[in-house]
Design a protein around this ligand. Structure first.
Ligand SMILES: Cc1cc2nc3c(=O)[nH]c(=O)nc-3n(C[C@H](O)[C@H](O)[C@H](O)COP(=O)(O)OP(=O)(O)OC[C@H]3O[C@@H](n4cnc5c(N)ncnc54)[C@H](O)[C@@H]3O)c2cc1C
Length: 293
C-alpha cells in the first residue's frame, strides 16, 4: 500500500473543510474494512485519510419515544446487534446486524461506513428501507436529513456531497403491534455476503396485514422498496397462498444483477423464495422450502 497522511479532525466542520480542500486526494476512514481493502487492491489511492475517530457527534445509540432510535454513523455492526435499546425497540434491526459478515468485520465495520460505501451486497440498506429510516448528513455548511431511499442513489453511489459526512441514522419508533422479519440467502456457507435479502415490516391484526413495508437488497444494484407487493398485501388475510403471490410480485418487480456469484434468473428465484418465507414467518405460518438463512 502507498504512503498517506492520516488526519484526525476534532469536529464535523473541520473534517468537512479538509475534504473540501483536499478533494479527490482525500478519503474518509471509519472502521476501514472496505476502504483499506480498496487501497490494498489499488482501486483507490488517496494521499490523505480523514479519520472520524475523534468525532463524538457520530457516536452512540439513543432512543426517544417520539423520535425513535438515533444511531451514530460510527456505531459498529456488533454494537447495533448487542444494543439493548435496538433489541427492545427495533428487534429486526438487531437481528439483521448480528448476521452481517463475520465477527471480525462486525467488530470493526461501522453502520455509517456500510451505507456510505453503497456496496449492493450488504444487509443494512433493505432493513433500513423497510423501517423508513432517515439519515442525517453534515458538513461545514450545516446539516440536512434525507430518507434513506434518497440517500442510496445507485450502484456504489450515495447522495453525499464531497465535503459531507454521514452523521447518524434515525429509525422512527414502531407501534406496539408492528413486527419485522429480516431474511438473507447466502450462496455457500463459506460466503459471508448475502446474495439476496428481504426485510418485511407490517402491523398484524390477527391474520390481516396492515402498513406492509417490504424491501429487497443485495440482488439488485441498490436496495429498494417493493410498493406493488406492499399494496397487494394491504388489508389482506395472509395465507401461504397470499404470501406466495406477494413474493411473486416482488420477484417480478426487481431487476436483478447478473454476475459470477449468480445469474439474474437465479437471483430472481431466490428473491421469490426468501420473500415468501419472510412474509409467512411474520404471520406465523409454516413453510419449508429448504432456503438457508
Ligand atoms: C470480508 C467481508 C465481508 C463482508 N460481509 C458483509 C455482509 O455480509 N453484510 C454486509 O452488510 N456487509 C458486509 N461487508 C461490508 C462491511 O459491512 C463494510 O465493509 C463495513 O460496514 C464498512 O464500514 P467501515 O466503517 O469499515 O467503513 P470504511 O471502510 O472506513 O469506509 C467505507 C467507505 O465509506 C466512507 N465513509 C465511512 N464512514 C463515513 C461517514 N460517516 N461519512 C462519509 N463517508 C464515510 C469511506 O470514505 C469509504 O469510502 C463485508 C466486508 C468484508 C471485508
Amino acid at each position: 500500500m502507498h504512503d498517506f497522511d492520516y488526519l484526525e479532525p476534532h469536529s464535523v466542520g473541520e473534517a468537512s473543510r479538509m475534504l473540501a480542500d483536499l478533494g479527490d486526494d482525500a478519503r474518509v476512514i471509519a472502521g476501514g474494512t472496505a476502504l483499506l481493502l480498496g487501497m490494498r487492491q489499488r482501486m483507490v489511492a488517496p494521499t490523505h485519510l480523514v479519520s472520524l475517530a475523534k468525532l463524538e457527534r457520530l457516536r452512540g445509540i439513543d432512543f426517544d419515544e417520539k423520535a425513535g432510535l438515533r444511531i451514530g454513523a460510527l456505531v459498529r455492526h456488533v454494537d447495533v446487534a448487542r444494543s439493548s435499546l435496538v433489541r427492545k425497540h427495533v428487534p429486526v434491526l438487531a437481528s439483521m446486524a448480528e448476521r452481517v459478515a463475520n465477527p471480525q468485520v462486525r467488530n470493526q465495520g461501522t453502520l455509517g461506513g456500510n451505507l456510505c460505501y453503497a456496496d449492493p451486497s450488504t444487509d443494512p440498506p433493505s432493513c433500513l428501507l423497510a423501517l423508513d429510516a432517515t439519515v442525517v448528513l453534515g458538513s461545514a455548511r450545516g446539516e440536512r436529513s434525507l430518507p434513506i431511499e434518497q440517500f442510496l442513489v445507485d450502484y456504489f453511489a450515495t447522495a453525499l456531497e464531497p465535503d459531507e459526512l454521514l452523521l447518524e441514522i434515525r429509525v422512527p419508533p414502531l407501534a406496539g403491534d408492528v413486527q419485522g422479519v429480516y431474511s438473507r440467502f447466502l450462496r455457500t456457507a463459506a460466503e459471508h455476503r448475502p446474495l439476496v435479502n428481504v426485510a418485511f415490516v407490517a402491523r398484524r391484526e390477527g391474520s390481516l396485514c396492515r402498513d406492509a413495508r417490504i424491501a429487497v437488497g443485495a440482488s439488485t444494484p441498490i436496495a429498494s422498496r417493493m410498493r406493488r407487493a406492499e399494496d397487494f398485501l394491504e388489508g389482506r388475510t395472509v395465507t401461504p397462498e397470499v404470501a406466495a403471490e406477494a413474493a411473486a410480485i416482488v420477484a417480478q418487480d426487481i431487476e436483478p444483477v447478473s454476475d459470477l456469484r449468480g445469474s439474474a434468473d437465479f437471483r430472481r428465484d431466490m428473491v421469490r423464495a426468501v420473500a415468501r418465507r419472510t412474509v409467512t414467518e411474520l404471520f406465523g405460518l409454516s413453510i419449508d422450502e429448504g432456503v438457508g438463512a
